[in-house]
Each structure stands twice: as C-alpha cells, then as structure tokens.
Write a protein that binds this ligand. Structure first.
Ligand code: 13P
Ligand code: SF4
Length: 310
C-alpha cells in the first residue's frame, strides 16, 4: 500500500475513533513520525495512565501494550503485531519464576517492566531503566532484594546502589550483542567522542560509557552535553529522534558482534510492527490486548507503586 495513503488513512481513523498512537523510540521512523507521543517505557506508561482517548494503539512490544491495558481496563488497547515479544519478557516464565521466588521468601521482588503481567503479579514493585536506581534505593537497606529478569541491568544496579541483588538470568538479545573490540576501534578513531549506553548492555560495555541511562536519558544526555560526537549503545531506532533533535552532532551507532554490513543493532521484536500493520490494526480494532481481571489487579499494584515513586 502506498505510504502517503497509509498516513492519511491512519490520521483519519485516529480522529474518527478518538485513538492515540503511543510509540517507543525503537519503532521505525515512519511509526515514530505518525505517533502522537514517542517515549521511553516509563514515559509511555505515564502517558497510557493519563490519556483520555478511547483507543490506545501501542506501537511497541507486547509487555508495553499489556502494561497500558493493566492501567486502562476500560480502554481498547491495540498492538499492530501481536507477536512483538521481547527476549527479556519471553525468557521469564511464570512457573519457573514462582519456584525461583520461593527460594527467597523474605526478599523484596523488584521486576523490570520488560516482563509479563504474570511476573508483575508476583512482584512487590516494578521499575523501568529510568527509575530503577530510585526504586532500589526506596527499599530499606535491612531488606534483601530479588531482581528480574535482566541480569545486566541487575548487575549495574547492584554496583550503583551497593546492594547485593539476587538476579534472574535473563538478558536483552540486542544490548548483549554489542562488540567491545569494535567499540574500542571506533573510539580510537574518534577520541573526543562520548559513549552513551543503555543499562541492558553488558558490564564491559557499561565500563566504557560516559553516560548510562534509559532511552530518554540517552537523548537528554546527547542533547545537553557539549561533545559533538557520540557513540550510541542502544537500539538504532533512537537515532531517528536524535537526528531530528541534534542534527549538528555526529552520532555513531555502537556495532554488534555479528554485524558486518550495518553498524547498528535493531530489535527484531520492535521492528515487526509496520506502518501497514498499524493502519490495519486501527481499521480492524485488533489485535487487541485482553487480560484476566484478577491477574490485572495483581499486576496493577506493583506498577502503581512504581508510578507513585516516579
Ligand atoms: P527504555 O525504558 O529505556 O525505553 O527501554 C526499553 C527497552 O526495551 C530497552 O531495550
Ligand atoms: Fe526487549 Fe531488548 Fe527488544 Fe528492548 S531491545 S524490547 S529489551 S529484546
């Protein structure tokens, strides 16, 4: 289908149906451009909590749309492609996590928002990469903490907060793929560059970073720092907003281990959504996210605690 036709139809349907399009920074440029709001996980959750639209089209991955539904039981929440998963969420199953949690009955369970509603329902509090440190620090030091599902973010938090966290062994396939050797090579050729990394990256990448933070954190850092060249260690979708916001700065995507053709990392789960699927989903009002009410209420509690602290 022709792109300009898709854009005009999406805009028409959006108005007709009082729908809002929320998009993550990792979505394709087309989707970021047509979205009403583009943000990181925390900003998107907050937006989903306050919108007065009847329909939320969540251009992101499943756990993000599911979180929007948990916060908005009476709204229709749509996801352009229902198969938009996440290696972190998909690698932490309810029964395994329940058994893991049972080994540490006294621990406070903190879960990264990149997990299913079933895992959130087993949690005391949820966090995102932009508030994780604050959430950990809000827990009295007398309490031990179990953190899931991202071991890289968990290790980073452990160092930052000087707390010994029990970690679930999950990881993000995109952020784990950055090559330290290639990063060092690029840095040698650009010695004045600053490295900005997402905390889902491995510790050897984080050790090289001048700034570590969420996608919005990285954007703000690059926007406000005086350096003119930046090496960006997160998913490549963020480069679109950066190119718009700071066109005068040089942005070098951190290279992946297996990446010989393109210098950047893309999340295949995020990129499964397309403009055409977005149009179809708005037109057909599906795929729609649905969640059992008992589970929703259980998962809502740790999300609400997070939002109150953020
Ligand atoms: P942010 O919270 O930084 O948007 O990260 C979400 C995510 O999935 C990173 O891979
Ligand atoms: Fe999940 Fe990683 Fe993709 Fe983010 S980039 S959605 S953590 S697989």
């Amino acid at each position: 289908m022709n792109k300009s036709y898709l854009i005009s139809e999406i805009n028409r349907l959006k108005t007709e149906k009082n729908a809002i399009i929320l998009a993550h920074y990792y979505q394709s440029e087309d989707i970021q451009e047509i979205a009403d709001f583009v943000g990181d996980s925390l900003e998107l959750s907050k937006k989903a909590q306050t919108t007065d639209a009847d329909i939320i089209v969540f251009a992101g991955v499943y756990f993000m749309a599911e979180t929007a539904k948990i916060l908005n039981p009476n709204k229709k929440v749509l996801l352009p492609d229902i198969n938009a998963g996440c290696s972190l969420a998909d690698g932490c199953h309810h029964d395994d996590f329940k058994l893991f949690k049972e080994k540490y009955p006294e621990h406070v369970v903190v879960t990264y928002i990149n997990c299913s509603a079933e895992i959130k329902a087993l949690s005391d509090i949820v966090c995102t990469s932009s508030n994780a440190e604050k959430i950990i620090n809000s827990i009295p030091s007398s309490k031990n903490i179990l953190f899931a599902p991202d071991r890289n973010l968990g290790n980073y938090l452990s160092k930052q907060t000087k707390r010994d966290l029990i970690l679930w062994e999950g990881s993000c396939v995109v952020h784990e793929a950055f090559s330290l050797d290639k990063l060092i090579e690029i840095y040698k050729n650009n010695p004045t560059a600053k490295i900005a990394a997402h905390p889902e990256s491995e510790s050897h990448i984080l050790k090289t970073a001048h700034y570590i933070g969420s996608t919005s954190g990285i954007l703000n850092f690059i926007k406000t720092d005086t350096a003119t060249t930046f090496i960006v260690a997160t998913e490549a979708g963020i480069l679109h907003q950066l190119a718009k916001t700071v066109p005068e700065k040089t942005l070098i995507p951190a290279p992946s281990v297996q990446d010989n053709t393109c210098a950047c990392s893309e999340c295949a789960y995020m990129k499964i959504n397309t403009l055409e699927k977005l149009f179809q989903c708005l037109k057909n009002e599906g795929p729609e996210i649905s969640i059992n009410e008992k589970l929703r209420i259980q998962a809502l509690e740790p999300i609400t605690k997070m939002l109150e602290l953020s």
